[in-house]
Write a protein that binds this ligand. Sequence first.
Ligand code: SF4
Length: 186
Amino acid sequence: MKINEIFYSIQGEGFWHGTPMVFIRFSGCNLACPFCDTTHQSYQSLSNDEILTEINIYPSSHVCLTGGEPSLQINQEFIDLLKANGKIIHIETNGTKELPQNIDWITVSPKTETIALTKAEEIKVIFQGQNVEKWKNFDAVKHYLQPETTGDKRINRLNIRKTIKYIKDNPTWKLSIQTQKMLNIR
Ligand code: SF4
């Protein structure tokens, strides 16, 4: 599989924020969001066993599949291998592709009007004031809005204000913030 990087850090966003996890960042995506902060070009090709060997270096059994878009590369064999080795599998996906079975925590962050997934544990919408009504009833345990981060600090402050106001008016939603950026960690 094409892997951009594997690293050990603290989950900074959503329900599991504060939890130490091994992050497997897959290279490549089927979308091209303007706010994307992922380098899609660089990668090394690793086998399932090579990935397992690398993630086993770290003490946490939580493993987060992220990207890029991990659903473009993972398959049932890979998920079964991680489960057989005691991993608790999280995935962050744009939801445009169906996923293998037995992923423990699915975080869908839709970037398109329609997606393939119909349920997840968590939905996390990147928010800058757009209409998110259609995602309110998405079948998820947790509904998060996360202020969109841009290169412009003034717009970022505005997005935070819009997000907080929207959540206060629409309490189905909770706030997700990118604490990893505040802490200056990966
Ligand atoms: S879906 Fe995610 S990884 Fe893909 S381009 Fe958009 S922000 Fe980047």
